[in-house]
Design a binder for this molecule. Structure first.
Ligand code: 13P
Ligand code: SF4
Length: 374
């Protein structure tokens, strides 16, 4: 593999307009920061909308106009009339927002370092190379690529170009059905756990094969030819951490506990849980819980903490206790960055704008539109 060529075009590094936080903002204390964020918001009025993913820290969430999962936030971005969409989330979410907002709207990611490591596990160039091998292994079959929302815009564009689409954790099963009505085989990227959990839901788990893009020998062509679903070997380290031992332990510690997990968790963890779903399903589950119920949550720790705060009537526990992780990418959105980008907007300067290249915009839009159809 010619790695030099890859390094110049990796999606992870294509935003070279990364700007560091000025020293003045690094020293802000919490009270002054909150006052300045509120003053800037007041000044900007309807010109700005602030979106906060469920995994953002409290100091971002409390300034958000909308809080939600990645799918809900892209819909809020699409509906926004504001000139500026400030996205408390990670690069792939801001890219999707840029694709679906109008050309005269700017999408701002307060810190350009907020890149989801799982999205980086399936670079479009790398997928392009694997595509040649996978389609060669099954020359008489139509392979339809599906990429999870957690991927860069160039991979979304690649999927559209090859007749595929995007999905989120809440509609992956419908995306699989859509693809298998139009083709013979699905290539699912980049999260193997969401792919496997979806194949189980559809009763086709026996016909899956994993594709390790880092294995120089690739996969046996016969295995690929026999499979209905080829799972790219990517994963989220925050969710892969959960094990069935955690579920067993929480059930021992809290005999009446219910367990809800995100579908990025391993198959056996999902099987051991009571409810599985996106971050909005997790939120809704706790909202719907009766007072006094106990729920263990298997997802990023900030959401668990928010739910504890928002629903004191429910006992909310973290599925693996102190071992539950926060998402390093989400954590890059520091509230001091939020203060900075908002005050810069007041001064008429746009910082850390995420702009998908025009040649990718159109195709990525097709892939996202197909998702909205399913
Ligand atoms: P949701 O789409 O469920 O919000 O999840 C996004 C994500 O990054 C999960 O790790
Ligand atoms: Fe990516 Fe996992 Fe963070 Fe979600 S929790 S943004 S999948 S690293």
């Amino acid at each position: 593999m010619d790695t030099a060529a890859f390094e110049t075009d990796l999606s992870l590094f294509k935003y070279d307009n990364l700007e560091q936080l000025p020293a003045e903002y690094r020293a802000l204390d919490a009270e002054e920061r909150t006052e300045r964020i509120e003053a800037a918001r007041e000044e900007l009025g309807d010109d700005v909308v602030v979106l906060g993913h469920n995994y953002q820290r409290r100091e971002i969430i409390e300034h958000a106009d909308f809080i939600g999962d990645s799918y809900q936030l892209s819909k809020e971005a699409a509906n926004a009339d504001a000139d500026y969409v400030v996205f408390g989330g990670v690069t792939f979410m801001a890219e999707s927002a840029d694709v679906i907002t109008d050309d005269d709207q700017s999408v701002i990611l307060p810190s350009m370092e907020a890149s989801c490591p799982m999205a980086g596990m399936a670079e479009a160039l790398q997928v392009d190379a694997a595509w040649a091998d996978i389609t060669a292994a099954a020359p008489d079959e139509d392979v339809v690529p599906i990429t999870y929302m957690n991927s860069y815009a160039d991979l979304k564009a690649f999927c559209a170009e090859q007749g595929g689409l995007v999905c989120t954790s809440s509609n992956a099963h419908r995306a699989f059905e859509w693809a298998l009505e139009r083709g013979d085989k699905v290539l699912f990227l980049p999260d193997k756990h969401l792919g496997e959990n979806t194949a189980h839901r559809l009763g086709i788990a026996d016909a899956t094969v994993e594709w390790d893009p880092w294995d120089p020998d690739g996969k046996d062509a016969d295995e690929v030819a026999d499979a209905d679903v080829v799972l790219w070997d990517g994963y989220c380290q925050v969710h892969e951490r959960f094990t069935t031992d955690h579920v067993a332990q929480v059930r021992e510690d809290h005999p009446d506990v219910n367990v809800v997990v995100h579908p990025e968790c391993r198959r056996e963890v999902v099987e051991a849980a009571d409810v599985v779903g996106s971050t909005s399903t997790i939120t809704q589950t706790i909202e719907d819980a009766d007072p006094g119920e106990t729920w263990a949550i298997g997802t990023e720790i900030h959401l668990t903490n928010h739910l504890q705060r928002w629903h004191p009537e429910v006992e909310v526990v973290a599925l693996c206790g102190d071992a539950c992780m926060d998402c390093n990418a989400m954590r890059q959105i520091d509230p001091n960055y939020l203060a900075w980008v908002l005050e810069e907007l007041v001064a008429g300067r746009e910082r850390n704008v995420v702009e998908v290249a025009p040649e990718e915009q159109e195709l990525a839009q097709v892939a996202l539109d197909r998702m909205l159809e399913v």
